[in-house]
Design a protein around this ligand. Sequence first.
Ligand SMILES: Cc1ncc(COP(=O)(O)O)c(C=O)c1O
Length: 382
Amino acid sequence: MSDKHVVYLDAAATTPCSSDVMIAMKPYYSEHFGNPSSAHVFGRRAKIAIQDATRHIAKLINCSESELIYTAGATESNNLVVLGSVQPGGNMIISPIDHKSVLASAEEMRSRGVEVRRMRVDSRGRIDVNHLRQLVDSSTGLVSFCYVNSEIGTYQSITSVRQALGNSDALIHVDASQALGKLPIDVRRHGIDFASFSAHKIGGPKGVGVLYARAQSMNKLRPITFGGGQSALRSGTLPTPLIVGFGAAAKLISEQDLRSSWKSAAKKRSMILEMFSKQGIPYQINSPSNYCVPHILNLSIPGVRSETLMSCLSNVCVSSGSACNAQDLAPSHVITGLGYSKNRAECAIRISFPYDIDNIELHAAVEEIVNALSSLIALTQE
Ligand SMILES: Cc1ncc(COP(=O)(O)O)c(C=O)c1O
């Protein structure tokens, strides 16, 4: 997971395409370039490749193939649900630490006459289900939340959220784009209506995602794009190579042993913290110690702004939060959403790694971070 010198510790932002994925995609850019909607042989070939990929994705999350709608990524999947599920006069419930693609589309719905309610989260980022119980009423059309938070790694109990909704008819949407490959996902067992996924978070290509829409709930969504009606809720020519790559990545992920990947990531997380402690680097952990995937570790270093640290690192890629926030110097809404100060949010860094990163590489990268921090801390004490 590195070029010659640079170690990539930003897997929550995106992952590289594996060679198997690249090999699978390549012929669909040139030899088999047909439009999957065309009835001729080139079209039929593309359609078969898409059907094959769809089988792998459906198997991975346990749904039927007709319940999957391809999109340009999790941003579009989230928009499709938030913009298309609640009528003016109704209300939707979201969480304050959701991804911006949910928060911003919910804001849009507010301007169209939908009431947007925010459920409380605790200092670990876990949904306060008692508060959710109080918020839900007969006008609630949608409850949306992130399964695994992209900045801190906290995961939610989907069962507890479902139970808190009681007999409500509210639709449940889960943004599961950070969960694939980290937690088992079985959309049927979870009893959810919609779930968003993105290929580039699991070793697939950028620019393709999928929305799972439960067969019985699909007709409760209104499309946000109009045209050829290539799939039930989304128009536009399907990007065959990207979908083939997504399918190949899904197949690879389904062959992974989640337990051993989890254990390996947990060991690496401990190693990082140990190295910080050994070098006397003060830190505050923003990722909770339980209900958190170990592949994402978020820390604040008091007095060292994350941008300053990142500008001192030449051979390591970490981030200050979600990739979408990188241009935006405002402190992370996730860290402040946990109740922490603006100051703490400004000093937050996210280290996220694939579980199979080489220990030697990881060690060298953390050493560079620790050395940079020691110098920066010394400067603040001069
Ligand atoms: C939780 C979550 N939701 C949505 C997205 C957006 O995904 P995409 O880049 O596929 O639009 C991301 C990506 O950062 C994410 O982490």
